[in-house]
Design a protein around this ligand. Structure first.
Ligand code: PD2
Ligand code: ZN
Length: 289
């Protein structure tokens, strides 16, 4: 208690100490007595105690209203320092950035340039104006917030998709069967993907029907297939992060709750010059059929 006696401010240390006393079953009078003994005025100590306990209970009530957290995949080991390189069965991938809230990992060289070129060539013939799932109906519709063109491969549709899917499964420790088929998007200058969440909104009427196929989405891997000249970064507005689209690189992010507290709001910034091509892999909680 010595660190707080002159400031009369609820420091994080004091807050932690008060909560520890409350958890241990200390009476409020005893807590206030300790605080006055270390220099707090009694009334100020009482108000501080009330504030800390009220904030704690408000926070706990908020958390109890959230969807429960689920297990999510991750590319990095839980313990030890941040590795610079991840050795996958068929390729070495560089670690360029790791963030915890939201969980975002930027990877270098997930795909070779040849794989990027081949994926764009395979996708090009089948591109149509992008659709996103409308969770009010469960049906796919053109969405004005996304002005790119897109297509979906079936999972394992060709050798290249199967190779990339197996690589991602090894990278993040998540079964190939829990992945949706790879989606390819092409953005022309001016095109963008307005900020959105990739999980399905639990409040929407169409969501239960979507969730029958493998449950919620829990993670996304956006792979950059070319180098746009200017613009086209993947943005995370809640944490003011923008990932530069670099050919062969990828951004992984996960969301253990289908809720904005995940902080995984993200978008594709407008392409200013050149084209932008990405391949997106969405991972579900369970088997996606
Ligand atoms: O192309 C992107 O950067 C991007 C941004 C946000 C892709 C997606 N979302 C997506 O495919 O979900
Ligand atoms: Zn997205």
């Amino acid at each position: 208690m010595s660190a707080v006696q002159h400031t009369q401010q609820v420091t994080p240390e004091l807050r932690a100490w008060i909560l520890e006393q409350a958890r241990a079953g200390a009476q409020p009078e005893a807590v206030v007595a300790s605080m006055t003994a270390s220099g707090w005025h009694e009334e100020v100590a009482l108000v501080a105690l009330e504030d800390v306990l009220r904030d704690f209970l408000d926070e706990r009530a908020k958390v109890s209203q959230l969807p429960p957290p689920v297990a999510v995949p991750d590319p990095l080991p839980r313990e030890g320092g941040l590795p610079t390189m991840l050795a996958l069965p068929d390729r070495e991938v560089r670690v360029l950035l790791a963030m915890n809230e939201p969980r975002v990992v930027v990877l270098g060289g997930l795909l070779s340039h040849e794989e990027c070129d081949e994926l764009m060539a395979l996708a090009e013939k089948r591109l149509t104006r992008s659709e996103t799932v409308q969770t009010d109906t469960g049906a796919s519709e053109v969405n004005a917030a996304r002005t790119s063109q897109g297509m979906f491969f079936e999972r394992g549709e060709n050798e290249l998709c199967a190779r990339i899917e197996a690589r991602i499964a090894a990278l993040i420790g998540w079964p190939v069967d829990n992945g949706e088929g790879i989606q390819v998007l092409r953005y022309r200058p001016g095109a963008e993907y307005k900020p959105h969440y990739d999980y399905f909104d639990p409040a929407q009427a169409g969501t239960p029907s979507i969730l029958k196929r493998g449950g919620q989405r829990v993670a996304t891997v956006v792979m950059y297939l070319n180098d746009p000249e200017v613009g086209g970064g993947t943005t995370f507005p809640d944490v003011k992060l923008e990932v530069a689209p670099v050919k062969g690189n990828a951004v992984f992010f996960s969301y253990d709750r289908a809720h904005p507290v995940s902080k995984t709001l993200h978008g594709g910034a407008p392409v200013v010059a050149g084209e932008k091509w990405v391949a997106t892999k969405w991972l579900r909680e369970g088997v996606f059929r």
